[in-house]
Ligand binder design. Structure first.
Ligand SMILES: Nc1ncnc2c1ncn2[C@@H]1O[C@H](COP(=O)(O)OP(=O)(O)OP(=O)(O)O)[C@@H](O)[C@H]1O
Ligand SMILES: [Mg+2]
Length: 608
């Protein structure tokens, strides 16, 4: 179980292929992307303009005017009418800019989140549409839990890519570049001082990026080990308890949990060292700017306002540097999530719907198996050259020990799986040439394990067909299911729980019979449940079954052999080979496999 998860852990850094593919999902929503970018530009400019305004205000309105030394400092600073007006105008201007930044930040946050949600919605739909078409062979090889993860948490990481990584990264980058440009515009000499501190920043960022990537990988592997162990042990918790495995499980879990902790701490450690280093570099740069800048100011080469703006801008520059390293982890998980999502989207494992027969006739129900070979796994043949024919309207019964391949016959006839060699024909047409939808509406199995969806009883009977309430009730009446359904709290509108565990297994059978009657297929395959039910319900099921089989070609896979005594043809299967076929009396007289099975059951019943 655990290696299912580990083999999935292909965690990458940045990958341009995946990046482009994620971006392609924005295409239908270009409008939002343009608005986002525009808002981003406006807020970035707004952020950068603020320190420049402060510089202006200091230099033009606060610093004493050297040419008016006759006035007292207070008069120079505040009572000068021109300065006051300037200060007032700048205040209003700054307020307007702040308001604008506020407004556009709101717009940008909103459109980004909206965009992310829309992309997620599209991606989930696309994934679901694809997955429900996947071949049974693919689905049986991939645990449901993992596919669900693709559709939920992996898609979620791609969303965080939009909201937390992409936009934030663009913003950080433009602020950093913008700051450097503004620095040079204000004073290239002081800007050079800031530039000197850049190489250590780049080195620190790079080291932390590599360290965090390694730590992240280890953390992911450890976390998936914990997850897979948890999901397996918890889904089988009653077995763990019955076999008194709590102690051992606890020890095994504690081990994995400890590894997870260690890996997580390593990741913390990378962040914990990186942040202070960047903070330290930021302070160092500020101090350097302050010392060198002060010297310039004293010599009259720079103004006080410029120095002030520089200190402000250095702070603005180092904020994003700290963020970028943390965003990197999110970028990695988005890339890994994207890779897994796209891998599933690119899987072409469908049962090929190659059927081209136009105007498929209403099938009469002639079934032909010609030398059919089939295996679920390579080299483990389950059907070994099967030959039989069922005439229209006939009832054929298949008997055999458990594991003989009876249910498998249903699977290959309805093309849940495709056969390896040989030919299966319906009314003389190879099933591969019949469109899947036509094949499956002509040939409907009642599965051994009845599966009902959570929903109402009526929904489960109509199951996709637009049937009226009356039609649903007729179908239920025909198989004697109406009686128990009408006794349910809400009748046909009673909600079934997941797995329909709120009704009995016999009742589930009856509902599945009603489902078949409602869908009215030409051929019915009845894979009888092995679980035993009370005689009352069994009688009802017997009656229901007769109704289902009436006027249809049918294949009945029976465990209670009394139900098939009147079959037109009994096929006895052993290890994927047909060993006997014929009517009940003939087979009993032959004293072979069927006779043995029959006697076993008959004697068993006598003893009871
Ligand atoms: N999805 C699967 N993947 C791999 N092997 C399978 C799968 N389903 C069935 N098998 C194997 O195929 C063989 C035939 O199984 P099948 O379900 O057809 O038996 P059956 O005759 O219906 O038995 P039962 O009477 O218990 O229902 C078994 O050996 C089983 O292990
Ligand atoms: Mg079976």
């Amino acid at each position: 179980m655990s290696d299912y998860f580990e083999q999935d852990e292909i965690t990458k850094g940045y990958d341009s292929q995946i990046f482009k593919r994620i971006l392609s999902y924005i295409k239908p929503y270009k409008k939002f992307a343009v608005i986002t970018l525009f808002a981003l530009i406006v807020t970035t400019i707004g952020d950068l303009v603020t320190p420049v305004i402060i510089q202006r205000v200091i230099d033009h309105a606060l610093v004493p005017n050297p040419h008016a030394s006759a006035l007292s400092p207070i008069e120079q600073g505040f009572l000068d009418n021109g300065r006051f007006q300037y200060l007032f105008a700048m205040t209003i201007f700054t307020l307007c800019i702040l308001l604008l930044v506020f407004l556009f930040t709101y717009i940008q946050t909103w459109t980004t989140s909206y965009l992310g949600q829309l992309v997620m919605k599209d991606m989930r739909l696309q994934l679901f549409k694809r997955t429900v078409r996947m071949s049974t062979s693919f689905l049986s090889k991939h645990p449901v839990g993992r596919i669900v993860t693709r559709l939920t948490s992996d898609v979620e990481t791609i969303n965080s890519f939009f909201t937390d990584v992409l936009i934030a990264f663009l913003k950080d980058l433009s602020i950093m570049i913008g700051v450097i440009i503004v620095l040079f515009l204000l004073s290239w000499k002081l800007a050079l001082v800031v530039l000197v501190t850049l190489p250590p920043v780049l080195i620190a960022t790079n080291i932390s990026r590599i360290k965090s990537r390694d730590a992240y990988r280890k953390q992911r592997v450890a976390s998936s080990k914990v997850n897979s162990y948890l999901s397996e042990r918890l889904s089988g918790v009653s077995v763990v308890q019955l076999f008194r495995g709590e102690g051992k499980s606890k020890k095994e879990f504690a081990e994995r949990n400890g590894e997870f902790l260690k890996a997580s701490l390593k990741e913390m450690y990378v962040f914990a060292t990186f942040r202070p280093i960047i903070d330290w570099l930021s302070t160092l740069t500020t101090v350097a700017v302050l010392i060198v800048g002060a010297a310039f100011v004293l010599r009259g080469e720079e103004t006080l306002g410029t120095l002030f703006a520089f200190i402000n801008l250095v702070g603005m520059f180092y904020g994003p540097v700290g963020d970028i390293a943390e965003k990197y982890t999110l970028l990695q998980s988005a890339m890994a999530g994207g890779e897994r999502v796209f891998k599933l989207l690119d899987t072409e494992d469908f049962i090929p719907d190659t059927g081209e027969t136009k105007n498929t006739p209403t099938f009469r129900g002639h079934i032909d198996f010609e030398n059919v070979h089939f295996s679920y796994k390579q080299n483990e043949e389950v059907l070994k050259g099967l030959n039989f024919t069922v005439e229209p309207g006939e009832m054929a019964a298949i008997v055999g020990y458990t594991g003989a391949g009876k249910t498998t016959i249903t699977n290959v006839l309805t093309r849940l799986w495709d056969i390896d060699s040989g030919l299966i024909k319906l009314d003389g047409i190879p099933v591969k040439d019949i469109p899947l939808s036509a094949l499956r509406s002509a040939c409907l199995p009642v599965l051994q394990d009845v599966f009902l969806f959570s929903g109402t009883v009526a929904d489960n009977i109509s199951l996709g067909l637009p049937l009226s309430d009356a039609q649903i009730e007729d179908a239920a009446r025909a198989v004697h299911a109406h009686e128990f359904i009408s006794k349910l709290p809400d009748g046909y509108k009673t909600k079934l729980s997941e797995g329909a565990s709120n009704i009995s297994s016999g009742q589930r059978q009856l509902i599945s019979f009603a489902r078949v009657i409602a869908h009215n297929p030409a051929i019915v395959i009845l894979d009888e449940a092995t679980s035993s039910i009370d005689t009352e319900t069994e009688k009802l099921i017997q009656l229901g079954m007769e109704k289902v089989l009436q006027g249809r070609t049918s294949i009945v896979i029976a465990h209670r052999l009394s139900t098939i005594r009147h079959a037109d043809r009994i096929l006895a299967l052993s290890n994927g080979i047909l060993v006997e076929s014929g009517k009940h009396d003939a087979l009993i007289a032959k004293n072979g496999l069927y006779a043995t099975l029959y006697k076993l059951q008959y004697e068993g019943e006598i003893e009871e």
